[in-house]
Design a protein around this ligand. Structure first.
Ligand SMILES: [Zn+2]
Length: 213
């Protein structure tokens, strides 16, 4: 059961096609795992489509809005094709960036026993895969902006709750946290940040200068 979802603003922007590549990738990867958000996005796309069809050159009359609402009620909402049970760890949208599943990833150390792999996207945000060995913490950090973290395998927990496969943490600059990977399985996440993380410890800050996070 997925308990943590991205903010509505992200789902609506995704449906409208107005997200940058990194954010769009994170949302698409969450949608591949989350039927609830798939339905929300399908509904938003549907409403957007009807509005486009219904925006003629003529002025809206008193009855137009009512007509529109009736049409929204009557028109069937398209839902996504059900996703086949995943045997791969990486959802399909991510495999295109990696050229396969987890086996081929050239992990690089990101300090403190954690690893990362930066993804190449065409926007200013940074998308990366993170590998946090089971039971290990990521050094406490705040955020210069928004950070989305999607769990792909294993789990982590922090002050805000517990996150398993498919869960997405949507953090802003007010959150300072120390995520800790759950026991039993290494935690692999997709993370997207729109500003460098702000580590609070001295050593992590030094490391940060060298590994670009
Ligand atoms: Zn969701």
């Amino acid at each position: 059961m997925i308990a943590h979802h991205p903010g509505d603003d992200l789902l609506l922007s995704y449906a409208a096609g107005s997200l940058g590549e990194s954010w769009s990738l994170a949302i698409a990867a969450h949608l591949a795992l989350c039927p609830v958000c798939r339905d929300a996005v399908a509904a938003a796309e549907h409403i957007g489509g009807v509005l486009l069809d219904e925006t003629p050159a003529e002025t809206m009359t008193a009855g137009s809005l009512e007509d529109l609402l009736t049409r929204l009620d009557e028109a069937p909402v398209e839902t996504f094709e059900p996703v086949a049970p995943e045997t791969a760890v990486l959802p399909e949208p991510l495999r295109g960036y990696i050229g396969g599943d987890l086996d081929n990833i050239p992990w690089k150390s990101s300090g403190g026993g954690t690893y990362q792999h930066l993804l190449s996207t065409n926007d200013l945000a940074q998308a990366r895969l993170l590998l946090i060995p089971e039971g290990r913490p990521v050094p406490e950090h705040g955020h210069g902006g928004r950070e989305l973290t999607l769990v792909l395998s294993g789990s982590f927990h922090d002050q805000t709750g517990s996150f398993g496969r498919g869960d997405m943490e949507d953090a802003d600059e007010d959150l300072i946290h120390t995520p800790i990977a759950g026991r039993g399985e290494d935690c692999i996440c997709l993370a997207v940040t729109d500003a460098p993380l702000k580590f609070t410890g001295f050593v992590p800050r030094i490391v940060q200068r060298f590994i670009k996070i």
